[in-house]
Structure formats: structure tokens, C-alpha cells
Write a protein that binds this ligand. Structure first.
Ligand code: AMP
Length: 193
């Protein structure tokens, strides 16, 4: 099973991905986490990605596509995986389709979490406050605005791409975390039954 968890920054993708990963035993592939680890490790990918991330911009497609291509070839992704934060551009979505077709596989479902922009900012500010010193440097109102601009311009069109392919399921991400988890669970179970 291959699930894409989709939504703007702060929609709850990471929170829900952690629940799904545990319950359905699907590895969580979060490009944001992978890129932050690469920056920390000062690897070549990290060096390429850092300035974009600091500015709240998307990292170039070829960099993230390369990371995902390597990752989904790992043995633990054999039975499926959960994508969190990828694809974020139509070019990435097309590249993903191509990678999967080459492996004779396809996306099972795209689940999109919808949350109002005011609420997203509230969540980002809260996440920063709770994380303190360890928090993400891009969780601040100025960078958030740039991340949202990028979301509307580059990422939102991906929804149309998947809607056309009849793969899109939209959920209300304003609901309590446990309610959203329950609905995601329902969607995934309906795929296996
Ligand atoms: P996230 O943790 O998903 O919010 O991602 C943090 C940052 O990593 C983003 O603001 C981008 O700079 C970068 N990033 C993560 N995933 C992608 C992606 N699929 N394409 C381009 N940039 C990404």
C-alpha cells in the first residue's frame, strides 16, 4: 500500500503519519525530516537544501526526487510506504508516477488534510513555542508566510493532478487529532477490505 499524506505546513501530516506508521506498519517517508537530517549531517544534499529551507522555499525537484527514489528502493518499502511532504510540485508527482511505474507499483490513495490558514499559523507558532531551542528555524511567522505562498503556487496544483486520477480523498483537518486519525484509519481500511 502506498499512501500520500498531503496538506499545507501545519496541517498535521507528521502527527497523523506517526499514527498510521505504527498502526499499519508502513514506513513514514518525510522529505522534510530527511532534508533536516541531511543539513545536520552536512552532506552534499544538506548543503544544497539548507538555504532554500531557511528561506521557506521548496528545495529543487531533482534533489528531493533523488532522495525519494533512493529511499523507496530500500527493502523496508517493499510492502508499501507512507509519503509525508512529498510530492510538493506537479513535477515531483510526475516523477513519482514514473518511479512507481518502473517498479510496477502505483499510489493507493492520496489523503489531503484541509486546515484554514489562520489555524495553520496558530499551530506553527505553538509548535515553535513548545519545541523551544530545539525548534525548527523555519517555524516563524515570516518564513511561514513564504512557505504558504509556495504551497498555494507550487503545491496546491498537485491536488488537481491527483483528483483527475481519482486518487484524492479530502479530510477536514480542523477536527481533533483523534477524529482525523479515525477517519484516516477508515480510508486505509477501506483500501484493504
Ligand atoms: P516540512 O518538514 O515538510 O515542512 O519541510 C520543511 C522544508 O523542507 C520545506 O519548507 C522545504 O524547504 C523542504 N522540503 C520538504 N519536502 C519537500 C519537497 N517535497 N519538495 C521541496 N522541498 C521540500
Amino acid at each position: 500500500m502506498i499512501i500520500v499524506l498531503f496538506g499545507p505546513p501545519g496541517a498535521g501530516k507528521g502527527t497523523q503519519a506517526a499514527v498510521i506508521q505504527k498502526e499499519f506498519n508502513l514506513p513514514q517517508l518525510a522529505t522534510g525530516d530527511m532534508l533536516r537530517a541531511a543539513v545536520q549531517a552536512q552532506s552534499e544534499v544538506g548543503m544544497q537544501a539548507k538555504s532554500y529551507m531557511d528561506n521557506g522555499e521548496l528545495v529543487p525537484d531533482e534533489v528531493v526526487v533523488g532522495i525519494i527514489s533512493d529511499r523507496i528502493s530500500q527493502p523496508d518499502c517493499r510492502h508499501g510506504f507512507l509519503l509525508d511532504g512529498f510530492p510538493r510540485t506537479t513535477a515531483q508527482a510526475v516523477a513519482l508516477d514514473r518511479m512507481l511505474t518502473n517498479k510496477n507499483r502505483r499510489i493507493s490513495q492520496v489523503i489531503s488534510l484541509e486546515v484554514d490558514e489562520d489555524e495553520l499559523l496558530t499551530r506553527i507558532v505553538k509548535r515553535k513555542k513548545e519545541a523551544g531551542e530545539q525548534g525548527r528555524s523555519d517555524d516563524n511567522p515570516e518564513t511561514f508566510k513564504k512557505r504558504m505562498d509556495g504551497y498555494y503556487k507550487q503545491t496546491a496544483p498537485v491536488l488537481k493532478y491527483y483528483a483527475t486520477k481519482n486518487l484524492l480523498k479530502t479530510l477536514d483537518g480542523m477536527q481533533p487529532i483523534s477524529t482525523v486519525s479515525e477517519q484516516i484509519r477508515g480510508v486505509i481500511k477501506s483500501l484493504t477490505s
